[in-house]
Design a protein around this ligand. Structure first.
Ligand SMILES: NC(=O)c1ccc[n+]([C@@H]2O[C@H](COP(=O)([O-])OP(=O)(O)OC[C@H]3O[C@@H](n4cnc5c(N)ncnc54)[C@H](O)[C@@H]3O)[C@@H](O)[C@H]2O)c1
Length: 225
């Protein structure tokens, strides 16, 4: 039987997931969607041949008859809604994985998974081959993730106010950040969630290699892209 999906967040990623389900590329049934920006939800609905129910608030996603809620919204959405989704005994797939770097959030959700016998899935997302990284973790001493983005995509990131840098002043390829994955996710909460996935895996590696691993996240910016 096809899994019933509730979608939280109807932006770029949520739309692609919904379209893939609608076309049959993902064998599932999209039954409910929600976005706090009603226009985004309506725009997605208009693109779909098989119309899901547009619910009026995020709680109605998981209180309905869905098997899994797919979060493609924001770290805030994870912090605000993930626990009630698990309490409603629904599995959860999280795209905004950076939210889990907050240890109190991680602990609460981990305990809820155990208590309600539910799972949280963290897809490899933008890092193809994360499974390969996991499988060679015993051999790894460090992993460097280099991310290249248009500065426009980074506008509003906490990094710029903390470091007092004007994003518009970046006019050529510039390395603006090098540091630990955890710090990168904190400073660029909407931009570098993949670093959080590496961080989660580093925890696995550290358990084996007793702290000799370091993660560098380098971000290069091409303003002309
Ligand atoms: N895991 C990965 O590899 C990976 C890769 C890229 C992006 N992401 C993350 O996935 C998330 C979605 O990315 P996107 O590119 O689709 O973003 P987007 O801005 O295009 O779409 C997000 C949508 O969610 C809605 N939204 C935001 N907060 C909400 C909330 N609290 N409740 C309800 N709706 C809410 C917004 O209105 C928007 O329509 C982001 O957090 C992004 O950082 C993860």
């Amino acid at each position: 039987m096809l899994k019933k999906i509730g979608l939280l967040g109807c932006g770029a990623i949520g739309t692609q997931i919904a379209l893939a389900i609608d076309s049959g590329k993902i064998p599932a049934e999209l039954t409910h969607i929600y976005d706090f920006d009603g226009a985004k939800a309506e725009a997605l609905l208009a693109k779909l041949a098989k119309k899901p129910t547009l619910v009026a608030n995020p709680h109605l996603l998981s209180s309905n008859n869905v098997d899994i809620v797919v979060e493609a919204a924001s770290q805030e959405a994870v912090k605000n809604h993930a626990l009630s989704i698990l309490q409603n005994k629904k599995d959860l797939m999280i795209m905004s994985v950076g939210a889990l770097l907050d240890e109190s959030v991680f602990d609460i959700l981990f305990d809820a998974c155990v208590e309600f016998k539910k799972k949280i899935y963290l897809p490899s997302g933008a890092i193809a081959g994360l499974d390969a990284l996991k499988s060679v973790k015993d051999e790894l001493e460090s992993v460097t993730l280099t991310t290249t983005k248009n500065p426009k995509a980074l506008a509003g990131a906490k990094f710029f106010s903390v470091r007092n840098i004007d994003v518009n002043s970046i006019t050529q390829k510039t390395t603006i950040f090098e540091g630990a994955a955890k710090e990168a996710v904190t400073l660029f909460p909407a931009n570098i969630n993949v670093a959080a996935l590496l961080h989660q895996n580093r925890n696995i590696i550290l358990a084996k290699l007793a702290g000799i691993c370091e993660l560098d996240v380098k971000s290069h910016y091409y303003p002309s892209l």
